[in-house]
Design a protein around this ligand. Structure first.
Ligand code: TMP
Ligand code: ASP
Length: 239
């Protein structure tokens, strides 16, 4: 049973579950935002698409021994997840340079990298989620120790390998993506939040066409069609 609203973010609402303090009810919204919600839109069924993509990917990650907060699906746009304390870092992994880092370093969008790059951004909308060095992350108290940053980096790289494989089977190249982690009541590190076209750059493996939120950010059109296509391809892939 869905209890009181605990938190409403840009893309999801979290509700308590009466009588349970270890899990929450997560509802995916149809809203679409970019640039820290300066640009807003929505389309019917968007929440259901992202929830189904997340559910499919988190099940797959679980089967590879990667602990996630996903517990079970409730409907196409709702799921039960473990209650975690979110680590206030956005952990971005890049397989090619695109988006903000490509721009910052004057590199062409899609420049290949010799090895995946992991970056930490501070989860703070008022500050615009700034990039943090390891020392800055420690100074801000985002984590307590350098070892935790290393654990996050190692986990992101492991998740990257599994995700790259899944997306390739679906004819998509994983250019980059953002993860969030949290700790449950026992202190176990769990992959939290979502993995969807909102949080990844996905390019068609053959044509290079963008199939993710950049279609909305950059007014490329066919936003809804691309999100739907990613879901259908993942469902159809032998994953
Ligand atoms: P960036 O190139 O803008 O730094 O984005 C890197 C990746 O992180 C990209 O796949 C989109 C994702 N992302 C989020 O999920 N949320 C955000 O707030 C931002 C800025 C990026
Ligand atoms: N996630 C952020 C927002 O919703 C920024 C982005 O994805 O571009 O505003």
């Amino acid at each position: 049973m869905k209890g009181e609203l605990l938190y409403e973010g840009k893309a999801k609402r979290m509700y308590s579950i009466p009588g349970r303090d270890d899990v929450i009810w997560v509802e995916y919204k149809d809203s679409l935002t970019a640039f820290n919600a300066q640009k807003k839109s929505s389309f019917g069924g968007k929440g259901a698409i992202n929830a189904q993509i997340t559910s499919l990917l988190y099940r797959k990650l679980t089967s590879f021994g990667i602990p996630t907060h996903f517990v079970e699906d409730i409907s196409q746009h709702e799921m039960i997840c473990s209650k975690v304390t979110i680590i206030p870092l956005e952990v971005v992994t890049r397989n090619r340079l695109a988006g903000s880092t490509a721009k910052k370093l004057g590199k062409e969008e899609g420049s290949p990298l010799k090895a995946p790059l992991v970056e930490f951004y501070y989860k703070d909308d008022a500050l615009g989620d700034p990039f943090l060095s390891d020392d800055q992350a420690l100074m801000m108290g985002a984590v307590a120790t350098k070892a935790e940053l290393d654990e996050l980096r190692a986990s992101a790289l492991r998740i990257n390998k599994v995700l790259q494989e899944i997306f390739l089977t679906a004819g998509l190249e994983l250019i980059d993506f953002k993860l969030e982690f949290g700790r449950d009541g026992r202190g176990t590190l769990l992959l939290a939040d979502e993995i969807s076209p909102d949080t990844c750059r996905l390019w068609d493996r053959k044509t290079g066409e963008k199939m993710d939120k950049d279609r909305f950010r950059r007014d490329l059109g066919k936003v809804e069609e691309s999100y739907q296509e990613v879901l259908q391809r993942l469902k159809g892939a032998a994953v």
